[in-house]
Design a protein around this ligand. Structure first.
Ligand code: URP
Ligand code: ZN
Ligand code: ZN
Ligand code: ZN
Length: 463
């Protein structure tokens, strides 16, 4: 006796087929044109797509940042993710000064274990890259099931690493089978521009964007790519926002280098003019890199369509306007960076991508699930619908229209950067390892049902 999802259209990164799917226990055990009901529990998916559960490769849950802690933790953030069709998150364990990578992972397990409603894996976001920390990388890969590390080229005097450190880490990581991720913005340039703006009394949210120009992202992206090229290492560039950075990735890939890029929903549908919203509402869009001129959106869509950007993360990092974003009421540089995006990641890409004719269904699945799973060593257990894989399945109803709003979202935060947007398509049912966790508007899963997923070493996936 299993669960039979009947009458839907199964979408993977390669195919769109009308088929029934049979789940037994935690796995998919059969996919066929027609499967007999005989005693199975039948789920009607008529008129719906079956997508592999979303894999969000970029989240910050329960993370101390900018003098406060993100509004969503593993309990609220993963539930909101589930409502949006995401069944696995790869969260960034923050490594702090003076501690070890293992300390960071111990802390992150404590934050997630027993709370996460969906499956989770970790990257480490390295805050203090000393020699001992570099030496720890092979052991973390081997023993902890964590195979990717994020370094910062921005946030000077805090998280920023210099070129020597980045280069050394790229070599160590490549040898250990790990993938280095970079936050690519030139932190030295930004530091000068921020200080000059503040000295001129330019304190409003819009100066966040004006002091972090796209050239600073393009330059850092090009530099990181060159360092990876010399090191003979693969590289993953997180949250790509602009033509300058995206073109650098395309150029590198034309040279045959294993360079990968991620963008996020906010950079596709919000733009620099959102910072002009009055009464400090612009602060809800303060994130790094910042929102860009609208002309960049078409560039990013083109790169997603051509798979020159292969991955789609939310960069979920939620802060309340009240009490959190307000820390920077009189100084934009003190506004905690980040926005709530975990819940609407798939809806935004589906509506503005698939419905508006930018992306095929297969590319939507590749970006939201398959490619992140491949890049971070979770495929094929995660990232597809196939026999023997985890039965993480979203029954997506493409006929429902809704308006995104803070009034109805499930994230634990007082603002939405997508407020008022009309989107088509919503999960009707969400299954995680064969268990129904979302039934329409109702969460039917459990806190702590999420399991930690060990990531395999990076292997040159031809994406
Ligand atoms: O503004 C952002 N993106 N906050 C989260 C941290 C990061 O840099 O990814
Ligand atoms: Zn039948
Ligand atoms: Zn970043
Ligand atoms: Zn981030």
């Amino acid at each position: 006796m299993g669960t039979l999802i009947q009458g839907g259209t199964v979408v993977t990164a390669s195919d769109v087929v009308f088929a029934d799917v049979l789940i037994e226990g935690r796995e998919v055990i059969a996919i066929a044109k027609h499967i007999e009901e005989k005693g199975h529990q039948v789920v009607d998916a008529t008129g719906c797509y079956l997508f592999p559960g979303g894999v969000d490769p970029h989240t910050h849950l329960d993370m101390p940042f900018g003098g406060t802690v993100t509004a969503d933790d593993f309990r609220t953030g993963t539930k909101a993710a589930a409502f949006g069709g995401t069944t696995t998150v790869i969260d960034f364990a923050l490594h702090s000064k003076g501690s070890t990578l293992r300390d960071a992972l111990t802390t992150w397990h404590q934050k997630a274990d027993g709370k996460a409603a969906i499956d989770y894996a970790f990257h480490v976001m390295v805050g203090d890259m000393r020699q001992e920390v570099m030496d720890e990388i092979p052991m973390i890969v081997e023993e902890e099931g964590v195979t990717s590390f994020k370094l910062f080229m921005a946030y000077k005097n805090n998280l920023q690493v210099d070129d020597e450190t980045l280069f050394r880490v790229l070599r160590v990581a490549a040898k250990a089978g790990a993938l280095v991720q970079v936050h690519a913005e030139n932190g030295d340039v930004i530091e000068v521009l921020v200080n000059e703006a503040l000295a001129r009394g330019q304190v409003e949210p819009k100066y966040h964007a004006l002091t972090r120009p796209p050239e600073a992202e393009g330059e850092a992206t090009e530099r990181a790519i060159r360092l990876a090229e010399i090191a003979g290492a693969p590289l993953y560039v997180v949250h790509v926002t602009c033509a300058q950075a995206a073109d650098a990735i395309s150029d590198a890939r034309k040279r045959g280098l294993p360079i990968y890029g991620e963008t996020c929903p906010q950079y596709l549908v919000c733009d620099v003019t959102d910072y002009d919203r009055p009464n400090f509402v612009g602060a809800k869009y303060v994130m790094s890199p910042p929102l860009r001129a609208k002309s960049n959106q078409a560039v990013l869509w083109g790169k997603l369509r051509n798979m020159e950007l292969q991955s789609f993360g939310s960069d979920q990092c939620s802060f309340n306007l009240k009490g959190q974003k307000e820390l920077g009421l009189h100084d934009f540089s003190k506004i905690p960076n980040g926005s709530p995006t975990i819940e609407d990641r798939m809806a935004i890409l589906y509506h503005y991508g698939v419905i508006q004719g930018q992306l095929s269904l297969q590319k939507f699945v590749a970006l939201t699930s398959t490619n992140p799973a491949k890049l971070f060593g979770l495929y094929p257990r995660k990232g597809t619908i196939a026999i023997g894989c985890d039965a993480d399945i979203v029954v997506w109803d493409p006929s429902v229209e809704r308006t995104i709003s803070v009034e109805t979202h499930h994230m634990n935060v007082d603002n939405s950067i997508f407020e008022g947007m009309r989107v088509t398509g919503i999960p009707k049912y969400v299954f995680l390892r064969g268990t129904l966790i979302v039934d329409g508007n109702t969460f039917v899963g459990e806190d702590g049902f999420g399991e930690f997923q060990r990531c395999e070493r990076f292997s040159n996936v031809s994406l």
